[in-house]
Design a protein around this ligand. Structure first.
Ligand code: ADP
Length: 825
């Protein structure tokens, strides 16, 4: 019989930092044959276990060589040592070292699995029978006696049929009867395998041993039978390979061990992921995304382009000229529907409606009269949408929005002869009556019907309190009433007639600067007026460079008010009107009289310097007759362009080129701008986002950290708690990657479950926020736009964390020798 293992002058020194080094083995030379039962005996601390661990590749030698079938163990790599243990060696420990969370069969199968072999049920059953464990396959480990546990560990060693079985005090924790049974089994096995038993039990050694090696102070002091010369046989090493599915099963059973801690971790991680998801969603907020999403949700396909001047004094819509239109044309390459505001002698043309009935409004729905008329020259019929009636065919035919029609039905509209007050939409569109826009006679032939149920609901709603519900009112105004401003025409603008009444012309959108204050919407009149100047009253025509300011135009200023109240206090005994007119005239003389101001027409961009020559106590300021004709002629201004677009990506592209009509104060200059229905409300949302931006970043970081710590702590703890288990796995031949596979799967499973829960929670929270904050409006607004990118980012985050943590913890443990891991050193 040839020897298979040889120890040549093996010494082992345990280095110690604190005390002196221990010489555990000294110059030991031994040869082992390929079968038989060898006992290594000696006193405690003599070096028996050290010898055994060296044989099993669990520990390394300090000097000398261990030859296995002629190959030197010291030259093996870590992975070859893993394979050596996996293929060649079966361990039996005093402490059993079987994995508590798996049942008997699973423990036995595991070592077979690690060889990448498909487990055959019959093999396991055969082993169970051979070890007198029949019927206990499904038992949990903690339901077994010590003897049974040790038999399981023998089964685990035996099933892979190793050449070498190493048993370290296998009966040390057992009673006599069990001990005898174990030794009987080992004796039995030793007919085909080399069984090396470490024991201090000399009696058993005498009964069972084929050879007894006695050790004392790390030296062999007696050996009953030396082995033959070593054979140079083949040693085939199988690389351990744990199938992922098995790893998964192992994970599932280990998850059952601490269900409460697991549950809490998953729950808390999921909750912090919910917050992380929400803050990330807010963080990723994109203005155009919100706008496009809102358009989509509300079935809106129309946006408007214009030109806006943003200045410190406020925003002004500019008139578009032919260059602007050709720019839009080249950028958009789609039909542009130009929107005009018509002026007759400086006054915007509007329809006139019948008087409101009774006091105030019986229903807020009809409180906004659609007289701020804008004329759309329709080039793309799609902007009309669904119609009651028909499209316009002639230049005197128009289509109006449903709100306009409802208003006409409610109050009537001025027509050629009288007030036209139809009873129904049908009557309105079928009628031959012409309605008046300035001197233009127009026939309403169609009504745009959005078929919006909220619109119908709004129409039938009761009166509501404007003070209480300003927000809803504004929203309603922008969403519905403002649509009533537009009338849709075909080639109408060219045939426009203007009014010729010059008496009360006024400008709506101009302002005056130059005297330390600006005047918005100064109403200008011309003609013969009464001028108050330095207490004297004149009555004359104004020259071209003169202006008379109305009391109205400056008496609302704060400095005026403060000084006025002071003055009023000093003149308590006089009448209010008296005091007011004296104060106003003093204030005016001091601050305004003979000063120069610039009148600026935002429609045309024209500027005109004017001298303030007097004060008028009427509502209107006055300029010269001649000048008002220059300044505010009959004209049609292109105020915006309506465009129909369904394609989201086209919208995105357009919106990225232009500025949103509503902007922040920090934008100054003149820009092309876009707007959509509900711009105001959307802008409010954008403002909120902008204000909490940094706060959101901070919160996002906190939750990121929290989720990371919570999760990594659990995984780190689970792995370090499983240190012994990992050592056992390594001892029976699992490689580092196998261990990684198991714990990687474990942390991935937990990560994914938390992530899925987190994502569901995130969706729910977003829905709730959208519903509770933006739910009560007259259009759908999801202030929080849910983005798929968040799902991807959460998944990537959790997967990377779990990989990072697992690899980190496992590789730390793997650096330690398996035997130290098992012994928890
Ligand atoms: P036995 O198995 O015969 O009781 P061991 O082989 O366990 O003896 O120990 C031999 C000597 O080596 C003892 O003095 C022991 O304290 C020491 N020893 C064993 N393992 C270590 C270790 N990992 N580090 C330091 N000293 C050790």
């Amino acid at each position: 019989m040839k020897s298979v293992i040889e120890l040549k002058n093996v010494s082992k020194v345990y280095k110690s930092k604190k005390s002196i080094d221990t010489l555990a083995l000294q110059d030991v030379s031994l040869k082992f044959q390929n079968s038989g039962m060898v006992f290594i005996v000696g006193k405690s601390g003599s070096g028996k276990s050290t010898l055994l661990n060296i044989l099993g590749g669990l520990d390394s030698v300090t000097s000398g060589n261990v030859l296995v079938e002629g190959k030197n163990l010291s030259e093996f790599s870590t992975s070859e040592l893993d394979s050596y243990r996996n293929t060649y060696v079966g361990f039996i420990f005093q402490e059993f070292n079987i994995l508590e969370q798996y049942n008997v069969s699973e423990n036995i199968e595991l070592s077979l699995r690690l060889q990448g072999k498909k487990q055959k049920n019959t093999d396991v059953l055969e082993i169970l029978e051979r070890l007198d464990l029949s019927g206990l396959g499904d038992r949990r480990i903690n339901e077994l006696s010590g003897g049974q546990k040790q038999r399981v560990s023998i089964g685990r060693a035996l099933i892979k049929s190793p050449r070498l079985i190493l048993a370290d005090e296998p009966t040390g924790n057992l009673d006599l009867k069990s001990s005898k049974q174990i030794f009987d089994i080992l004796k039995n096995i030793s007919r085909e395998h080399l069984v090396v038993v470490v024991s201090h039990d000399m009696e058993s050694a005498k009964v069972y041993a084929d050879r007894i090696i006695e050790i004392q102070d790390g030296k062999v002091i007696s050996d009953t039978k030396q082995g033959d010369d070593i054979s140079n046989g083949e040693i085939t090493l199988i690389k351990s390979k744990l199938p992922l599915s098995y790893a998964f099963n192992m994970v599932l059973s280990s998850l059952k061990v601490k269900p409460f801690r697991l549950f809490m971790t998953v729950l808390l991680t999921a909750i912090s992921l919910v917050f992380l998801g929400v803050t990330m969603t807010l963080q990723m907020f994109d203005q155009n995304n919100l706008i496009i999403n809102t358009m989509k949700d509300n079935g809106e396909h129309i946006y408007e382009l214009g030109k806006t001047e943003f200045s410190l004094l406020g925003d002004n819509d500019m008139v578009l000229d032919i260059d602007d239109i050709s720019y839009f044309d080249s950028e958009l390459r789609t039909s542009l529907n130009l929107v005009y505001r018509l002026y007759g002698d400086g006054k915007p043309l509007s329809f006139e409606f019948g008087e409101h009935e009774g006091n105030g409004y019986s229903n807020y729905f009809y409180s906004l009269d659609p007289s701020n008329t804008l004329v759309v020259d329709v080039r793309d019929d799609r902007i009309l949408g669904g119609l009651i009636g028909r499209k316009m065919n002639a230049s005197d035919e128009i289509v109006v929005h449903k709100y306009f029609a409802d208003y006409v039905i409610k109050y009537g509209i001025k027509s050629e002869e009288d007030l036209f007050k139809p009873n129904s939409y049908e009557e309105l569109v079928d009628s031959d009556k012409y309605v008046l826009l300035g001197h233009n006679k127009l026939k309403i032939v169609g009504i745009i019907d959005d078929e919006d149920s909220l619109y119908e609901e709004a129409r039938s709603s009761e009166f509501f309190d404007l003070d209480d519900d300003m927000d809803l009112y504004k929203c309603f105004k922008e969403n519905y009433a403002s649509k009533g401003y537009y009338i849709y025409t075909k080639e109408f603008i060219i045939n426009i007639n203007y009014v010729d009444d010059l008496e009360k012309a006024f400008l709506n959108t101009n302002y005056v600067v130059g005297v330390g204050m600006s005047f918005d919407n100064l109403r200008l009149s011309s003609g013969n007026i009464e001028i108050s100047r330095n207490g004297k009253t004149l009555n004359r025509e104004l020259d071209e460079g003169e202006i008379v300011l109305s009391l109205d135009s400056f008496n609302s200023g704060l400095s005026f008010k403060n000084s006025f109240y002071e003055f009023l206090e000093q003149n308590k005994d006089r009448t209010y009107n008296d005091v007011m007119s004296e104060f106003a005239s003093n204030y005016f003389n001091e601050n305004f009289l003979d000063k120069e101001i610039i009148l600026y027409d935002t429609q045309s961009g024209e500027e005109k310097p004017l001298k303030i020559v007097g004060l008028s106590l009427s509502d209107n300021s006055f300029i010269s007759d001649k000048y008002i004709k220059d300044f505010v002629p009959n004209k049609e201004n292109i105020v915006s362009v309506k465009v129909y677009e369904e394609d989201e990506s086209v919208l995105r592209n357009v919106f990225s080129k232009f500025l949103f009509r509503r902007q922040f104060n920090d934008v100054i200059g003149t820009y092309y701008t876009f707007s959509v229905i509900n711009s105001d409300k959307l802008f409010n949302v954008i403002v909120v986002y902008r204000e909490v931006e940094w706060f959101i970043v901070a919160v996002c970081m906190v939750f990121l950290l929290f989720a990371f710590l919570l999760f990594s702590n659990f995984i780190g703890l689970t792995i370090s708690n499983a240190k012994k288990e990992i050592g056992i796995l390594r001892a029976i031949g699992a490689r580092e990657v196998d261990v990684l596979k198991i714990y990687g799967t474990l942390s991935l499973v937990i990560a994914l479950v938390s992530c899925v829960l987190g994502i569901i929670g995130w969706l729910v929270v977003c829905k709730i926020i959208n519903y509770s904050i933006f739910g009560g409006l007259y259009f759908k607004l999801d202030g929080i736009v849910v983005r798929p990118l968040v799902v991807i980012m959460l998944l990537v985050f959790m997967i990377s964390v779990s990989i990072f943590i697992t690899v980190g913890s496992i590789s730390k443990i793997s650096k330690i020798k398996p035997i130290d891991v098992i012994l928890n050193k």
